[in-house]
Design a protein around this ligand. Structure first.
Ligand code: ADP
Ligand code: G6P
Length: 455
């Protein structure tokens, strides 16, 4: 079974004028219940941002297909050629789970969890980056463009420039780029910056990230740098903010489909026809603020501001990076808290929280967005957060309320959302923001009112 509308054709080995290099391919192998291998859409925002852009483009996508075996030969996906790069068990542990997701990921997200530093992980990071660079060099046409993605592959632009100086190279970071005082903690900070500077153009989600990068390059590498241009030997590297988005027309069309609208109505019935449905959709990640949100919700119920019969919270939290310790601890804590809240406040057939960990296809997600009166997107730090944009696009009747963290990249664009500080529990409960407040009235209804009226 393939989750999502991906068209699969037969593979062809050719060089391409456009090559995308990302740690993940847009599909990965996962085990079907009967033990057979099945291909499905990869998790996360990177794939959902890039896939619509590349569809039916004669491009090659270089990436990892999940798992640790030999690199499988994959068919084209929506006309894009798949070129797999294998990771063995050591690469998976030291590169993907280690340097990428236990060192860089927490550091780039404000150190909301403590970054782990292990000397052996750096060697794996270099080795895997070299492998991706060689794979990209092999499939890029002379003079072609190669677009390298995200924190797993920061050395690839530099390595690729050495292998193929004829190419035009772009790099895009999907996650935040941290302020200098955090980045300076990295023992290999100079190498990481130099690796990125192998690109001709470096893109970030927000202007602040480009500014942080320029400051670091000036300080660590002593190169002339502004927020737009960096001088490297005989070249100029351009930098800037290019926030990623979704195919809004596609999401709106999906949400407007009669079967999806009918599914949304059915979901409301299945939820017991509550007055208010609050929805959150996250990867199970400590950056997403799931624990803080549950605590706020639980306190609102305990304080009598929310009545479980009138209001339900649907929390979708699809498991992620499950072998990394911090993610295992988070999942345990979230599940314990959901159990506690349901045990304490739910009744038979009336849980306070509907908790789902399954991956859904796009139509089911659109139906979930359709049933949600309030969408709570409250990460502690997030490069962009496409879920917030998907919710807005899916509300084709222009109703609904988006409660959005100030620390999500999308907050810079979705200025009409109700902005909250997820670190401030009282603030989260009230939904206080610069543009508005969300308050629970005595009758238990969720009202979104202007700050002046509520605060
Ligand atoms: P991140 O990139 O950190 O995962 P984003 O919000 O930018 O966060 O992107 C998450 C993407 O994953 C969105 O496009 C969303 O639709 C998708 N997604 C999240 N949960 C699920 C799920 N349970 N099933 C299918 N897709 C999901
Ligand atoms: C974020 C990262 C992506 C990553 C995705 C899913 O969106 O920016 O690079 O692919 O999360 O994470 P995973 O570890 O499953 O690839």
């Amino acid at each position: 079974m393939l989750v999502g509308p991906l068209l699969i054709g037969m593979p062809e080995m050719r060089q391409s004028s456009l090559v995308v290099v990302a740690n993940r391919l847009p599909i990965d192998d996962s085990m079907a219940p009967d033990g057979a291998c099945e291909w499905r859409r990869s998790p996360g925002g990177l794939v959902n941002a890039l896939h619509p852009l590349l569809r039916h483009t004669p491009a090659t996508w270089v990436g990892w297909a999940g798992g640790t075996g030999l690199a499988p030969t994959l068919p084209d996906v929506d006309g894009v050629r798949m070129h797999t790069v294998p990771l063995n068990a050591d690469d998976l542990r030291d590169h993907y789970e280690g340097f990428a997701n236990a060192t860089l990921w927490p550091l780039y997200h404000d150190s909301v969890e403590q970054p782990v530093h292990r000397r052996g992980w750096w060697e794996a990071y270099q080795r895997v980056n070299q492998r991706f660079a060689e794979a990209a060099a092999a499939v890029a046409e002379p003079g072609g463009a190669v677009w390298v993605q995200d924190y797993h592959l920061q050395l690839v632009p530099g390595l690729l420039r050495t292998l193929r100086p004829d190419l035009r190279i772009g790099f895009f970071l999907h996650v935040p780029f941290p302020p200098p005082e955090l980045f300076m903690q990295l023992p290999r900070r100079a190498e990481l910056l130099r690796g990125m500077l192998g690109a001709d153009l470096i893109g970030f989600q927000r202007a602040q990230a480009a500014h942080n990068f320029a400051q670091l390059v000036a300080k660590v590498l002593e190169l002339p740098a502004t927020d737009r241009r960096i001088g490297v030997a005989d070249r100029v590297v351009r930098i800037g903010a290019f926030p990623v988005s979704i195919d809004t027309a596609e999401m709106a069309a999906l949400a407007a489909r009669p079967d999806v609208a009918a599914r949304a109505r059915r979901l409301r019935q299945d939820l017991g026809e509550p007055e208010h449905v609050i929805l959150s959709v996250d990867r199970m990640d400590y950056t997403k603020g799931i624990e803080q949100r549950l605590k706020a919700y639980s306190e609102l119920i305990a304080g009598g501001h929310v009545k479980v019969r009138d209001t339900v919270l649907v929390q979708v939290a699809v498991p992620s990076r499950e072998r990394v310790g911090q993610y295992q601890i988070l999942r345990d804590r979230v599940e314990r808290e959901v159990g506690r809240i349901n045990g304490e406040f739910g009744r038979v057939g009336e849980p306070a929280i509907h908790y789902l960990t399954q991956p859904f296809d796009r139509a089911e997600l659109a139906a979930l967005y359709g049933v949600a009166d309030v969408m709570a997107v409250t990460p502690l730090r997030d490069g962009m957060n496409l879920v917030a944009k998907e919710y807005v696009a899916a509300r084709v009747d222009e109703t609904g309320a988006l409660l959005l963290s100030e620390f999500a990249g999308s907050a810079a664009e979705l200025s009409q959302a109700y902005l909250v500080n997820p670190h401030d529990l009282e603030g989260l409960k009230k939904g206080v923001s610069t543009s508005g407040c969300s308050v629970w009235t005595a009758s238990g209804t969720w009202q979104l009112v202007h700050q002046a009226e509520a605060c």
